[in-house]
Design a protein around this ligand. Structure first.
Ligand code: CIZ
Ligand code: SF4
Length: 302
């Protein structure tokens, strides 16, 4: 039996739900019950009635799921599939920033470990950051760890003061104008969508700078546009093609591939289903503190 069918059969038999991030490989996306960005998946976790959930995404996402649903079994098929950006900051870095700026609110990107989230006041995602920062009344904000996303958020709030950490994503940070312009030359009608984790110098070549769910919304809002250049992980191109089969989506010239996301294969998902591995554990003293910031995100992003 093809592996895809074997997964579909077994997940049904065992009543295990598979949720997957937009950056997962096509075959993993095809076997998932729910696909989305980290905000949508976090929300979904709180609504799933099943006891066991396989989380196909990077480690911090599986941890976030466990923090939101501590009574459930969250299985992360490849525990070492971490996020390069989340590794750019440690809890002691947050403590140091807080000591330097005791009057600032700490907003941390969801792409952080549970231990880092435990040091923060509110968690944000690329899809929710603007809404959340608008709602908090703080004038001074420590935004971490992504320096690019942080600057993109700050651009929208000129009356607030931002303090950044020097973190970045190795997939998005190296996008250059020529990676976009080269493809644009071949497809001059295409609209350019880039992720807010890309560096500020490419933003002026984009029609929209946004999150992956923001890209879906942008395509929906432009029914007359038939072609798009996509400046984010290639998994998103597969997702967009599935959602909009009558449109064309082109990758930028420099391949954008998150190896950490692709570390989860169909074979890993099958093994995870069969052996119910690997359950995620987050120590309760950390989970409790991290949960407050994540719940605040869910509340403020509505
Ligand atoms: O928030 C997420 O899921 C990430 C990491 C990217 C995006 O914008 O969807
Ligand atoms: Fe982390 Fe970058 Fe991969 Fe997203 S694309 S999971 S930020 S390493």
């Amino acid at each position: 039996m093809p592996i895809k069918d074997e997964i579909l059969k077994l997940k049904k038999e065992k009543d295990i739900i598979i949720v997957a991030h937009n950056y997962q490989s096509p075959i993993v996306q095809d076997v998932a019950d729910f696909l989305g960005d980290s905000l949508a998946l976090a929300r979904k976790i709180t609504e799933i009635p099943q006891e066991k959930i396989i989380f196909a995404g990077v480690r911090f996402m599986a941890e976030t799921a466990k923090i939101l649903a501590p009574e459930k079994t969250i299985l992360h098929p490849v525990p070492m599939a971490g996020c390069g950006m989340a590794w750019t900051i440690e809890p002691q870095d947050v403590k140091r920033l807080k000591a330097q700026h005791p009057d600032a609110l700490v907003a941390c990107y969801i792409n952080t470990t549970a231990a880092v989230k435990a040091e923060c006041d509110v968690v944000v995602t690329s899809a929710s950051a603007l809404k959340i920062i608008e709602k908090v009344d703080a004038k001074k904000i420590i935004f971490l760890p992504d320096r690019n996303l942080g600057r993109w958020v700050a651009k929208h709030f000129p009356d607030k003061e931002f303090i950044f950490h020097d973190g970045f994503c190795y997939v998005h940070n190296y996008l250059r104008p020529e990676d976009i312009l080269d493809v644009k030359k071949k497809h001059p009608e295409a609209h350019v969508m880039v992720h807010a984790e890309t560096p500020p110098e490419v933003w002026k070549y984009a029609d929209v700078v946004t999150s992956t769910s923001g890209m879906v919304k942008y395509v929906e809002a432009h029914p007359d546009v038939k072609e798009f250049i996509v400046g984010t992980d290639v998994g998103m191109i597969y997702r967009l093609k599935t959602l909009f089969p009558d449109k064309e989506f082109y990758a930028v010239k420099r391949p954008m591939i998150c190896k950490n996301m692709k570390a989860i294969t169909a074979e890993d998902i099958l093994r995870s289903l069969k052996e119910e591995i690997y359950p995620v554990h987050v120590p309760e003293h950390i989970a409790k503190k991290a949960r407050a910031g994540i719940e605040k995100m869910l509340e403020l992003s509505h």
